[in-house]
Design a protein around this ligand. Structure first.
Ligand code: URA
Length: 194
């Protein structure tokens, strides 16, 4: 068993009893878990991710494919995970289950495990998507608008590069050129460190 498999087994043991009677499966990280050039960290899985038990395979997976093609990388080159590994949901006005942002309790439960995951995977750089992973790894007062497209220090001891969450671009189209310029900055920075 690898260190990462052992960590994930410990997570299953820890989280399984927390929500008795509720179906809250963990969607764990996947990809190149041995010192990859990048570890991508999202917020939490959505509906499709839970069905497939894989991160970034739903609508967000399409965004990820665009990111990878801009970076000229393949999915298996990098490691992909989320801060919160269950799907946070609530019930919308029409009675349908919908995604919601992770709450404070969920973040407090999952962040220590994320730190262990990063320590095992040892990526050369972290790429956070949106505010949730950025705040989780730096400072809750920092926002994506202030620091996107730059490398920062973070608690995990790995350089962190903040990107807008690709889903936010769907709602704010004006962010598209900003996001693309940030990805290009990241690509050039990685090429210069090769
Ligand atoms: N899917 C994920 O796995 N993570 C996100 O942040 C969004 C969608």
């Amino acid at each position: 068993m690898t260190q990462l498999q052992a960590l994930y087994a410990d997570m299953q043991k820890f989280f399984h009893p927390l929500w008795p009677g509720e179906d809250k499966p963990l969607v764990l990280g996947e990809g190149n878990a041995f010192n990859p050039p990048l570890m991508l960290i999202g917020e939490a899985p959505g509906e499709t991710e839970v069905i497939k038990r894989r991160p970034f395979v739903g609508k967000a997976g399409k965004n990820l494919d665009e990111f990878l093609s801009m970076m000229e990388m393949k999915r298996e080159d990098i490691f992909i995970s989320n801060v919160v590994k269950i799907r946070p949901t609530d019930i919308g006005p029409t009675g349908r289950t919908r995604n919601r942002a992770p709450n404070k309790e969920e973040l407090a439960l999952f962040i220590p495990w994320l730190m262990k995951e990063i320590a095992i995977v040892q990526p050369k750089a972290l790429v956070t998507l949106g505010n949730v992973p950025l705040k989780a790894l730096t400072d809750p007062k920092i926002t994506i608008g202030d620091c996107h497209g730059t490398f920062m220090d973070c608690q995990a001891g790995v350089p962190l590069f903040a990107l807008y969450h690709p889903a936010s671009i769907i709602y704010r189209r004006a962010l598209m050129p900003v996001y693309q310029a940030d990805v290009l900055t990241l690509k050039e920075a990685l090429q210069n460190t090769k």
